[in-house]
Design a protein around this ligand. Structure first.
Ligand code: C2E
Ligand code: CA
Ligand code: CA
Ligand code: CA
Length: 279
C-alpha cells in the first residue's frame, strides 16, 4: 500500500507535469494564435486625478483560446520572454493599439493615448526602433499618442546602445514610463538619468497602505520624488474611493485600477468611455 506522503508526491508530480505540458502547448500554439488573432487587446482607463477624466488607457493582452477561455498573461509571458517570441506579441499589441488609435483619430479624438507594455527582450532587439516607427507610420499615429511601458527591473543595466535608443524615442515624441516602480531594487539616482517622463507606482504600495499608516509616507515620497525630478506619476491598483481621495490630496497625477474599471475589450472601452461628445 502507498503511504499518504507517497500519494501527495504523486499528486504534486502530476500537477507539475500538467504545468509543463501546458507550457509546451502555449509555446507551440503561439505563432498560430497570432495568425488566428486569438490574442485580444483589452484596455484599462487611466484617470487624470485633477479632472477625473479618462486621459488614456493601458493595453493588456488577453489570450482567448476557443473552447478553453481566456488565459491571463502571467501564465505565458515569462515563457515567451525565455524563448524570445515575446517581441512578436509586443509588436502585435502595438499594431492593435495603433489600429484603435487610428479609429479614434478618424473620429476627431486627438487627445487619447495608449500605453503598450514592452519586455526587456523586445526592447533589446536590434530592430526595435525601426519596427516601432514602421508600425506607427503605417497607421499614421503620432508618436505622442503612444506610451512605452518598461518595468523598473527591465531598466536595470540596460546596454548603453539601448539607453541611447530610448533617449532617441523620447526626442521623437514618445512617452516612456517606468512600470512597477518600487517593486524591484531601484537605484534612486537612476531615475534622474533615464529618458522617462512618467513613473508608475507599483500596486503593492496601495495594497500595503491599508492598515499600515507608514506606507502613506512612502507613497507621498514617491509622488514628491517624481515631481522633483520633473516627472509625472501614476498610481496603479486603485481599488477604493479612499485611495482616490488620498492620491488627490497628495497631488498624484493619474490613477488606474479596478475602482475605475478592470481591463475591458477595446469595443467595450469605446462604448463606455469614448462615444458621444468629444472634448
Ligand atoms: P502590469 O503591466 O503591471 O499591468 C497591470 C496589471 O494589474 C494587469 O494585470 C491589470 O489587470 C492588473 N490590475 C489593474 N488594476 C488593478 C487593481 O486595481 N487591482 C489589482 N489587484 N490588479 C489590477 P494583467 O492584465 O493580468 O497583466 C499582468 C502583467 O502581464 C502586466 O503587468 C504586464 O507585466 C504583463 N503584460 C500584459 N500585457 C502585456 C503585453 O502585451 N506585453 C508584455 N510584454 N507584457 C504584458
Ligand atoms: Ca504595465
Ligand atoms: Ca504595473
Ligand atoms: Ca507588473
Amino acid at each position: 500500500a502507498k503511504s499518504i506522503e507517497g500519494e501527495a508526491f504523486v499528486w504534486y508530480d502530476e500537477r507539475l507535469l500538467k504545468k509543463i505540458q501546458m507550457e509546451n502547448e502555449y509555446k507551440k500554439r503561439m505563432q498560430y494564435a497570432l495568425e488566428m488573432e486569438e490574442f485580444k487587446m483589452y484596455l484599462q482607463p487611466k484617470i487624470d486625478l485633477a479632472t477625473m477624466e479618462v486621459a488614456g488607457a493601458e493595453a493588456l493582452v488577453r489570450w482567448d483560446i476557443p473552447e478553453v477561455g481566456i488565459i491571463p498573461p502571467d501564465s505565458y509571458i515569462p515563457l515567451f520572454e525565455k524563448n524570445g517570441s515575446i517581441a512578436d506579441l509586443d509588436f502585435y499589441m502595438l499594431k492593435k493599439a495603433c489600429a484603435y488609435l487610428r479609429g479614434q483619430l478618424d473620429r476627431g479624438n486627438e487627445f487619447f493615448s495608449i500605453s503598450v507594455n514592452f519586455s526587456r527582450v523586445t526592447l533589446c532587439q536590434q530592430t526595435f526602433h525601426s519596427t516601432l516607427l514602421e508600425i506607427i507610420n503605417r497607421f499614421g499615429v503620432p508618436s505622442r499618442r503612444i506610451e512605452i511601458e518598461v518595468t523598473e527591473s527591465a531598466f536595470n543595466e540596460l546596454p548603453y546602445p539601448v539607453l541611447l535608443m530610448l533617449e532617441r524615442l523620447k526626442d521623437e515624441g514618445f512617452r516612456i514610463s517606468m512600470d512597477d516602480f518600487g517593486a524591484g531594487y531601484s537605484n534612486l539616482n537612476m531615475i534622474g538619468k533615464l529618458p522617462i517622463q512618467i513613473i508608475k507606482l507599483d500596486r503593492e504600495f496601495l495594497k500595503e497602505m491599508d492598515g499600515h499608516e507608514n506606507m502613506r509616507g512612502i507613497v507621498i515620497c514617491a509622488v514628491d520624488l517624481a515631481h522633483t525630478m520633473g516627472l509625472e506619476i501614476i498610481c496603479e491598483g486603485v481599488e477604493r474611493e479612499e485611495h482616490v481621495h488620498f492620491l488627490q490630496d497628495i497631488g498624484c497625477d493619474y490613477a488606474q485600477g479596478f475602482y475605475f474599471s478592470k481591463p475591458i475589450p477595446g469595443e467595450t472601452f469605446t462604448e463606455k468611455y469614448l462615444t458621444g461628445e468629444m472634448r
